[in-house]
Design a protein around this ligand. Structure first.
Ligand SMILES: Cc1cc2nc3c(=O)[nH]c(=O)nc-3n(C[C@H](O)[C@H](O)[C@H](O)COP(=O)(O)OP(=O)(O)OC[C@H]3O[C@@H](n4cnc5c(N)ncnc54)[C@H](O)[C@@H]3O)c2cc1C
Length: 404
């Protein structure tokens, strides 16, 4: 799509990276995405290609072998990739969040140990906050770590790990209330959580003593990428695998990771919406009813106009949120707004493109059928719409505090 979702002010390196990624998406992802998705097949060849392009190290600093690019570059690449197939952007996203948390909070030894191999794509990351009984309410986490000499012993069940099977490093958030009384923990639940860097073999079953990945969760969409549970049964993790070396900071580290993840989910929404628009505008010029292209019925033109406007608006908000973070400023308000708007608009644009396809949109032969099943995931991941609105609302009340 030549005209929509352009980004002003990019430098030559950013333009070159984006054009390479777009080329890769057009040649290597789009032609196979729908078929692989229907088979729920992991896109190994695509992942190998992304690895060769250096995408797993896009934001990892150059001193650790990455490309040291900005969040904006990363988000624009994700937008391109999601335009090809949203699941592929999911494969990169959790890896990116774990690498980001390591870069921000890891000890020197942890960065040295993980980042170069993460940049090369040899280690791939997953992150795990959710449990069977909670997703939005992270403060209710029940999985627990208890210190035992130079190790911690972890117990509990985690849910919904994107890349849970294919990853070899999982950042796991658990409760670690050492030194705090039960009353202190109840009063300040966020301060008794710790992120552990858990290494494991990729695959399913017992992937490390005390750690089981039972199998893939069967999903309505977002197929190809594996989503799993994770069960810890006296899993022993060395104390030097506490992210940043100090317990009690996990909640804040994870929230920072999720905040950049939100820009990323917004970018995915933009990419999927762009693809839906492309499919809709093409079909509208192929299908004839009542003696003319359906694109020449005003009702369909209005739909296209609304879809394109939404694509543009979501892109602008996503770019704004990424640039704010890149400039070193707090961006939770902008990231929350971008994630909320882009995911809602994505769902609406996909639905309109689906309607433009008439009955054919319901057929698995048409790509829009896949997008229709994929878009809802963006309404949930990295915090639901309701959670985004809570974040936005709280921040607005901080900014516009009534002084009367
Ligand atoms: C495909 C997929 C992949 C995922 N990948 C990961 C991953 O890699 N790592 C990870 O940790 N998690 C992951 N998740 C989990 C995801 O983050 C959670 O599903 C999400 O945060 C919502 O939590 P929940 O499902 O427990 O819903 P709940 O928190 O139970 O919410 C249910 C409903 O209640 C609403 N609600 C909740 N609290 C409030 C409130 N205070 N006010 C108003 N409404 C409220 C919610 O918006 C929602 O509509 C994934 C989920 C899916 C579906």
């Amino acid at each position: 799509m030549a005209r929509l979702a352009q980004t002003a002010g990019l430098d030559d390196v950013q333009r070159e990276i984006l054009s390479t990624v777009r080329d890769f998406v057009d040649k290597e992802i789009l032609p196979v995405a729908t078929e692989l998705e229907h088979r729920d097949e992991y896109p190994q060849q695509i992942v190998d290609g992304l690895r060769e392009l250096g995408l797993f190290g896009l934001m990892i600093p150059e001193e650790y072998g990455g490309l040291g690019e900005s969040l904006l570059t990363y988000a624009l690449c994700v937008e391109e990739i999601a335009r090809g197939w949203m699941s592929v952007s999911g494969i990169i996203n959790t890896h990116f969040i774990v690498a980001y948390m390591l870069k921000q909070y890891g000890t020197a030894e942890q960065k040295e140990h993980f980042l170069p191999r993460m940049a090369a794509g040899d280690i791939r990351g997953a992150f795990s906050m959710s449990e069977p009984g909670l997703g939005s309410d992270v403060s209710a986490i029940t999985s627990k770590a208890v210190r035992d000499g130079d190790e911690y012993v972890l117990n509990g069940q985690k849910m919904w790990l994107t890349n849970g099977g294919t990853s070899s490093l999982v950042a796991v958030l658990v409760r670690s209330d050492e030194g705090h009384s039960a009353e202190e923990v109840a009063a300040r639940p966020h301060r008794s959580m710790t992120t552990f860097l858990v290494e494991k073999e990729p695959g399913f079953g017992e992937v490390r003593p005390g750690l089981t990945i039972p199998g893939k969760i069967d999903k309505m969409g977002y197929k190809g990428v594996d989503t799993t549970e994770l069960i810890m049964d006296d899993l022993r993790v060395p104390a030097d695998r506490v992210l940043g070396g100090t317990t009690g900071r996990g909640f804040y580290q994870m929230m920072d990771g999720v905040e950049v993840g939100r820009v990323n989910v917004a970018a995915r929404g933009c990419g999927v919406a762009q693809r839906a628009f492309e499919l809709g505008v093409r079909y509208a010029q192929q299908r004839h009813t009542f003696g003319k292209q359906i694109a020449h019925h005003q009702a369909i033109q209005f739909k296209l106009a609304e879809m394109a406007t939404k694509v543009e608006a979501a892109h602008a908000m996503m770019v704004n949120a990424a640039r704010k973070k890149d400039s070193g400023q707090r961006n939770d308000l902008e990231a929350g707004m971008a994630k909320y708007l882009a995911s809602e608009y994505c769902k609406e644009v996909v639905e309109d493109a689906f309607r433009i396809h008439g009955g054919y949109g319901f057929s698995k032969e048409y790509e829009i059928e896949r997008l229709y099943r994929e878009a809802p995931m963006l309404l949930i991941g990295e915090g639901t719409a309701e959670i985004q609105k809570m974040i936005i609302g709280r921040r607005l009340l901080e900014e516009y505090r009534f002084q009367g």
